[in-house]
Design a protein around this ligand. Structure first.
Ligand SMILES: *[C@@H]1O[C@H](CO)[C@@H](O)[C@H](O)[C@H]1NC(C)=O
Ligand SMILES: *[C@@H]1O[C@H](CO)[C@@H](O)[C@H](O)[C@H]1NC(C)=O
Length: 300
């Protein structure tokens, strides 16, 4: 947390005034001495009441840059929101650099277990490091977006993942929620009795130079809210088209994200969130998945 210098100086002065007496302080200790020598001492016990006013809320971190995204409502049920400029150009670049050395063939969840190398999913993926300041800023931004959807202290943002599709790679129709809620590796080790499911998804496009009309994210069961929509945002960009086999297909546009809610209020997975990463032609598409987790069970 940033500690504004003037606050520290005021607090030190107040504390020392009380202790040494105002006369001593003002006549025998030059104020430069107090500022220079005493601000490096750990005086957090004196500052705590003052600084507690400035303590940051759970979901925002003041070291993170302000977000500059805009939102576009696409579907109400299931809820799907298109987010323009969710990450900046430099954030995208850094996330790609962080993940590149960690890329492996994407695992796929089938019948509750992971198996690599399936034809249904032919991409590359990498977990993003959890100790990265940048990754935590993006997770914090996502957490703020969710508002009250997660319960603090109980639910978690989960780890973020980068996924890369090169020529002819795809991810066939699937849902992001689990038909049977899962247990984290850590909980399995410690015996904590709680299960989780992926309540929502952020799919953020970090980079794309694929052939026009390829590499879209297709939601065959999602319908637009109004009868004659064009898929064009207020800023004028075409972000989705009606797919020939029904539903909407979103074009991979760098820095933009698709957000949707996976679970119904009773915790059941919403089958209408089924989607595919359509085959990429002629270039590379790199995205980031964020899957916020809700927890259930006696130890949740
Ligand atoms: C959960 O809610 C959905 C939608 O209302 C309903 O179709 C489904 O049967 C419910 N599932 C359970 C287990 O209650
Ligand atoms: C697409 O972008 C990737 C990653 O930046 C690059 O390696 C590749 O050469 C580009 N391909 C085309 C067809 O522009």
């Amino acid at each position: 947390m940033a500690r504004p210098l003037h606050l520290i100086t005021i607090s030190v002065t107040v504390a020392l005034s009380a202790y040494l007496g105002p006369l001593l302080l003002s006549h025998f200790i030059p104020s430069q001495f107090i500022q220079h020598h005493l601000t490096n001492v750990d005086l957090s016990f004196l500052l705590a009441p003052v600084l507690s006013i400035f303590r940051t809320p759970l979901t925002t971190d003041q070291r993170c840059p302000e977000h500059t995204y805009t939102t576009h409502l696409i579907s109400l049920d299931p809820l799907l929101i298109y987010i323009s400029n969710f990450v900046s150009q430099s954030e995208s670049q850094s996330l790609i650099e962080l993940s590149s050395p960690l890329m492996e063939p994407s695992p796929i969840v089938s019948r509750g277990s992971d198996s690599a190398g399936s034809q249904a999913r032919t991409s590359w993926s990498a977990p993003l490091p959890e100790d990265s300041g940048l990754v935590n800023c993006i997770l914090s931004r996502s957490s703020s977006f969710l508002g009250t959807l997660l319960s603090p202290g109980r639910d978690e943002m989960g780890p973020a993942q980068v996924v890369r599709y090169t020529d002819s790679q795809k991810f066939d129709l699937h849902t992001d929620w689990f038909s049977r809620p899962r247990i984290t590796d850590e909980d399995r080790e410690t015996g904590r009795r709680r299960l989780y499911n992926r309540v929502a998804t952020f799919f953020v496009v970090l980079q794309s130079n694929v052939t026009e009309g390829s590499g879209e994210t297709w939601f065959p069961k999602v319908k637009p809210i109004t009868p004659h929509p064009t898929g064009t945002t207020a800023e004028g960009g075409r972000v989705w088209r009606e797919h020939e086999n029904g539903g909407l297909a979103f074009k991979p546009i760098p820095r933009n994200a698709i957000f949707w809610v996976n679970l119904m209020p009773n915790g059941t997975g919403d089958a209408r969130t089924v989607h595919a990463g359509l085959s990429v032609k002629g270039g590379v598409k790199t995205g980031m998945n964020i899957w916020p987790r809700v927890f259930f069970g006696p130890d949740a």
